[in-house]
Design a protein around this ligand. Structure first.
Ligand code: C2E
Ligand code: MG
Ligand code: MG
Ligand code: MG
Length: 275
């Protein structure tokens, strides 16, 4: 009887596995196609500069149409691209598109800086700084209007090689943001040594500050440490007015979250920021 049940379980497991493999193959196929024919979308989420009460920055986020009127999750798309060796191609696409958009619309929209996420693979190639700079320059955008976002955990894992690349990008005028800060690895000690200009507080920390006093203290400590080191802080994942108020009181400068605005297509962004 046991043997029979475990056979059934294995059958269910295999079916589920095959389904995952089919879905992933479908996403991958659509991704390659969309990169090739230019239908891969880049959306933008505005970022509020609290002091001015205006959107002064935005983050570019990849959006792959699922063929049913929706989009695959960006996290899944990126992880698949990374595992299948096409994240550099995808990254180049997003970078070029976001820089060109910034060049064309940045001034009109009052957006001073655009954030673009980088995968670690994009940082570890030979001459990756040279390659990224060439792409950015080819769009004609000012480098000081570009922020390159790199996840904290990834930067720490390959700190020696990645730091050299980031330093070159900074020397050319780009800003570097440490993304998803405040989870796992976070060590305040190294903040003064990393080649970064901006810290982005992860949503998981933001969403605990109202319920866990310790987490709010951690946020304040990060903001204070950042300020000592001349870094700017952005809070991600702010969804409610109460969170917004608590965070504003912590002294950090920028807020990104559904409370203000969700990611949107370039057309939507132009509609909502122009009027
Ligand atoms: P991220 O860089 O930390 O980007 C912020 C994510 O938080 C975005 O998810 C955004 O939609 C979401 N978000 C912003 N405000 C809120 C909020 O108030 N509540 C909630 N629940 N979520 C909020 P998205 O677009 O799904 O992207 C997920 C991750 O995928 C990104 O996290 C980034 O790590 C990665 N990613 C997205 N686009 C790219 C890209 O072009 N290249 C690379 N390498 N990674 C990308
Ligand atoms: Mg990011
Ligand atoms: Mg983040
Ligand atoms: Mg992330």
């Amino acid at each position: 009887r046991f043997a029979k049940e475990s056979d059934q379980l294995i059958a269910i497991y295999n079916e589920r596995l095959e389904e995952i493999i089919r879905t992933e193959a479908d996403i991958l196929r659509r991704m390659k196609e969309a990169i090739g024919n230019g239908t891969l979308e880049v959306w933008y989420q505005p970022i509020m500069l609290l002091e001015e009460g205006r959107y002064r920055a935005a983050e570019a986020l990849v959006r792959l149409p699922d063929g049913k009127g929706g989009y695959f999750s960006a996290g899944q798309v990126i992880s698949l691209a990374e595992r299948n060796g096409i994240v550099e191609e995808l990254g180049d696409y997003v970078l070029t598109k976001a820089c060109a958009f910034m060049k064309e619309q940045g001034d009109r929209l009052g957006v001073q800086r655009i954030g673009i996420n980088l995968s670690v693979q994009q940082l570890l190639l030979d001459n990756s700084a040279g390659h990224l700079l060439e792409l950015i320059r080819s769009t004609g955008v000012d480098l000081n209007r570009i922020t390159l976002e790199i996840t904290e955990s990834i930067l720490i894992q390959s700190i020696d090689r990645a730091s050299k690349t980031l330093e070159k990008l900074r020397q050319a005028g780009a800003h570097i943001a440490l993304d998803d800060f405040g989870v796992g690895y976070s060590s305040l000690n190294y903040l003064s040594n990393l080649p970064v200009d901006i810290i982005k507080i992860d949503r998981s920390l933001t969403q605990q500050i109202l319920t866990q006093p310790k987490q709010y203290k951690l946020l304040k400590t990060i903001v204070d440490m950042a300020s000592i080191n001349g870094l700017v802080v952005v809070a991600e994942g702010v969804e409610t007015e109460a969170e917004q108020k608590a965070i504003a009181a912590s002294g950090l400068q920028y807020i990104q979250g559904y409370y203000y605005a969700r990611p949107m297509s370039d057309e939507k962004l132009m509609q909502s920021l122009q009027d």
